[in-house]
Structures are given as structure tokens and as C-alpha cells.
Design a protein around this ligand. Structure first.
Ligand SMILES: NS(=O)(=O)N[C@@H](Cc1ccccc1)C(=O)O
Ligand SMILES: [Ca+2]
Ligand SMILES: [Ca+2]
Ligand SMILES: [Ca+2]
Ligand SMILES: [Zn+2]
Length: 310
């Protein structure tokens, strides 16, 4: 479990219990299911929030996914903040009610349950990033858009950005693919916008990651400009720095390139608090920052949900 000073973070059992409580307290607007299993056989839960939650309604869909990278535990707290806010506030916040009544919101708090569990189970942080398949695959280099194309990942299994043996070789990314693919209804992808949450550096990132070019075969100038405009709006509200993800460094097989390249989902990564933390310690802020550093993103989340209907 998490060490002393970190009790406020949810381990896997606590995360699942939290989702169950949300559904129990709000059965008409929340439901829980699984998108599949991790390498070690753990469920990867997904929460759906919407009016008439048991129906697939013709409403723009939005995806928030967290904890692709095991040690980035603050992101799980971000996903749980979204889950709680859009259910608890439904009755008394008109903006929240409008969002829930006119969107279908999907929340995946832990994409990498094996890695996340391994990172804390000894009671001492392991600084682990990858999944727990063999020497570990970096899930954010294993997605299937131009996988391994561009020097943005490692072919050494011991490397921190090891891309895996093939695109989708990690069960966790394959489960994400299958879930997102399943949201194509009548030939149209229903998920219009997404945030893939990471830590740390306080950045709002948009595709493409595999090249530093703004315009590519899969991104027009207009589409790039929309990413930048909305990214700038969101960064305005949380004080993060907005930029193309490749401005940070080139990546291939990352989530954003596939979500946009394959499905034209307006997909961002938020790198959360701290701005800089001096190496490994930056991944482990004490639990007394959770409330502030998750609420800090409420307005950006609202912008993304609005934008899904644009
Ligand atoms: N969270 S992080 O420190 O690993 N940074 C991310 C940054 C990132 C996120 C999304 C697309 C490209 C790059 C990474 O996967 O390297
Ligand atoms: Ca609905
Ligand atoms: Ca729908
Ligand atoms: Ca509705
Ligand atoms: Zn990350």
C-alpha cells in the first residue's frame, strides 16, 4: 500500500470501491464495467456518466483515461475527482447537469493496474513506469499509429520507453483500442474529445508526437490550429504550458497520435503538478496536494466537455 504521508491516494481496491460507491449513490447516471484484463489478469474498470446511463444515446462522448504510467498516481486521483464531481454535483450545479444530460462521459482511472499496484505494494515506491509484462512495456509507446516509426521509443526491453514486441502487444493498450474502436456507431466514432492524464511538468499537450511538423498527412493546418486554440484556452484556466507534444520530445506509439490519427478524437495529454520536482520525487507529491491539484483542472475539463459538442 502507499507509505505514510500518502494515505490520501487510492490503491486499486480503494479505487474500485470508490467507483462502486459512485454507482451505488447515483445509479441513474453512473454505471461501471470493464474494458478488459491486464497482463496479470486484473480488470481495467470504466465508469460511464450520463442521463439514461443504461442507454447508448446519440450524445457526444468524452473519454478521460488515467495512470497509463504506473508511478503517476496523482492522475488516478484526477479521474476520481471527475467521477465524483459529475455525479455529486448533478443535483445542484446547472453546468454539471447540462454536461451529464448532453454527453456520455467515460472515465478509466487506472489503465495500468499491474504497474500501479507493483509501484506501491511493498510500501516503498518503486519509481515504476511501465506495465508488468516481462521487463515491462511503456504503454504510451505501444499504441498502433506509426508504432516505432520515428526514434520516439526504445527497442531495448529494459528501456523506460520500451515499445513492446509489436503494436498493441500489451494487453492494456489492446483493451484501450478495443474499447475506443467499440465506440464507432453507425460508422462514426462517438468519442469526440479526450484527455490522457499524466504527471509531471504542468503541460497541455496535443498531437502529433511522432514529428515536430504541425501539418502531416493526418493533420491539416486548420485541425492543428483548433488543437492549439482549445489547448491554449484550457491552459489559461490551470496555468499549465500549452504545446505540441513533440515540442517536449518526439514519441511514437503514443495515445494521442492514435486517438487523432485513427479516430479524429480531439485528444490531449495533461502533465499535472509539479512543474518540476527534481527527478523521481516529482512523481510522488504528498497527499495534501491532491484536492488542490485535481480541482485546478475543473475548468479545463468543462472546456473539453463543451468542445466535444462543437
Ligand atoms: N508522463 S511522461 O513523463 O511519461 N511524459 C509523456 C509525455 C507524452 C504524453 C503523450 C504523448 C506524447 C508524450 C510520455 O509518454 O513521455
Ligand atoms: Ca445520456
Ligand atoms: Ca452514445
Ligand atoms: Ca441526454
Ligand atoms: Zn506519463
Amino acid at each position: 500500500d502507499f507509505p505514510p504521508g500518502y494515505e490520501g491516494y487510492h490503491n486499486l481496491d480503494e479505487m474500485n470501491a470508490e467507483l462502486d460507491t459512485v454507482v451505488k449513490d447515483h445509479p441513474d447516471i453512473a454505471s461501471k464495467s470493464s474494458i478488459g484484463k491486464s497482463f496479470e489478469g486484473r480488470d481495467i474498470p470504466v465508469l460511464k456518466i450520463s442521463d439514461n446511463v443504461g442507454q447508448d444515446e446519440d450524445e457526444p462522448e468524452v473519454l478521460f483515461n488515467c495512470n497509463q504510467h504506473a508511478r503517476e498516481h496523482l492522475t488516478t486521483e484526477m479521474c476520481l475527482r471527475i467521477a465524483n464531481r459529475f455525479t455529486d454535483e448533478y443535483a445542484n450545479d446547472q453546468a454539471v447537469k447540462d454536461a451529464v444530460d448532453n454527453r456520455e462521459i467515460w472515465i478509466i482511472p487506472v489503465v495500468n493496474p499491474d504497474g500501479s499496484s507493483y509501484d506501491v505494494e511493498s510500501g516503498q515506491f518503486q519509481g515504476w513506469r511501465k506495465n508488468r509484462q516481462d521487463a515491462g512495456t511503456d504503454l504510451n509507446r505501444n499504441w498502433g499509429y506509426k508504432w516505432g516509426c520515428c526514434g520516439g521509443s526504445d527497442d531495448d526491453p529494459n528501456g523506460e520507453t520500451y515499445r513492446g514486441t509489436a503494436e498493441w502487444s500489451a494487453p492494456e493498450t489492446a483493451a484501450m483500442r478495443d474499447f475506443i474502436d467499440s465506440r464507432v456507431v453507425g460508422g462514426a466514432q462517438q468519442i469526440k474529445a479526450a484527455i490522457d492524464w499524466h504527471t509531471y511538468s504542468e503541460l497541455v499537450l496535443w498531437p502529433m508526437g511522432h514529428t515536430s511538423d504541425d501539418v502531416t498527412e493526418d493533420m491539416t493546418q486548420e485541425e492543428y490550429d483548433r488543437f492549439a486554440r482549445v489547448g491554449g484556452e484550457m491552459a489559461q484556466t490551470n496555468g499549465y504550458t500549452p504545446q505540441q507534444s513533440s515540442d517536449l520530445y518526439v514519441t511514437d506509439g503514443d495515445s494521442l497520435d492514435w486517438m487523432w490519427g485513427q479516430h479524429k478524437i480531439l485528444a490531449y495529454t495533461f502533465e499535472m503538478y509539479p512543474a518540476n520536482g527534481g527527478g523521481i520525487d516529482g512523481f510522488y507529491p504528498p497527499d495534501d496536494v491532491i484536492a488542490k491539484e485535481t480541482a485546478r483542472n475543473d475548468a479545463a475539463v468543462d472546456i473539453l466537455i463543451r468542445e466535444a459538442g462543437a
